[in-house]
Design a protein around this ligand. Structure first.
Ligand code: S6P
Ligand code: ZN
Length: 202
């Protein structure tokens, strides 16, 4: 990841190509790749993580392509967010999830391909699960941690757009997790309470 861009940087008008079929952006400034070995604590079933790594090796769970925009009020960040298909035990591949560092900033996800859910959860546990499929847009209000969950057979691809100074706060999600999780039951996605909530690092 590059250092945060100098705040006084002037942004010239620009456009960027990205392929709606695979979410790959031309000349991105950042291409973030999240592999399973760096995401071992975020799943309900720790044994299933070990099992998956033994069977399939260190697998790419999700990736993000973005242009570097100054992290300041008035700008707009955007990226393509690609969550690959797969399951750790019964739990679908998903992003780490985060609150925005500036908690009151919202975000929209415009889904281009795939099938999944956006899990949105407030600190007090109030939560919403919105479906994601091509042509569907999810509005994530401020104060909701959010995570994309891929329940389909192919990549879940969205264009995410959010406030320039939103920032990311992964802290409490890494340590406590979300209160809810989406797992497969009888071949269908089902929401459950996360049995490891509050102790993801144990
Ligand atoms: C940023 C936005 C997305 C995510 C991306 C990866 O505010 O919500 O671009 O960064 O989907 O998820 P995460 O939780 O690892 O940042
Ligand atoms: Zn976000």
């Amino acid at each position: 990841m590059k250092p945060v861009v100098e705040d006084k940087m002037v942004v010239e008008p620009f456009s960027v190509g990205w392929d709606p079929k695979d979410g790959v952006m031309d000349n991105p400034d950042n291409h973030i790749e999240r592999y399973l070995k760096n995401l071992t604590n975020m799943w309900i079933d720790k044994n299933a993580v070990e099992q998956y790594l033994k069977e399939y090796g260190n697998t790419l769970v999700y990736e993000v392509y973005e242009k570097e925009i100054p992290h300041r009020d008035g700008e707009i960040q955007f990226c393509s967010s690609i969550t690959h298909p797969g399951k750790i035990g019964k739990e679908y591949f998903m992003t780490k999830g985060h609150f925005h560092a500036r908690r009151d900033t919202a975000e929209i996800y415009y889904c281009l391909l795939g099938k999944g859910y956006m899990l949105m959860e407030k600190e007090d546990g109030e939560f919403y699960l919105e479906e994601m499929y091509p042509g569907r847009t999810v509005y994530v209000p401020g104060h909701y941690a959010h995570r994309s969950i891929n329940v389909g057979e192919n990549a879940l691809i969205s264009l995410a757009v959010y406030a320039g100074d939103a920032g990311h706060d992964y802290g409490s999600i890494e340590t406590s997790g979300f209160k809810h999780a989406v797992i497969e039951k009888d071949g269908k996605p089902r929401i459950i309470e996360n049995p490891r909530f509050g102790k993801m690092l144990e």
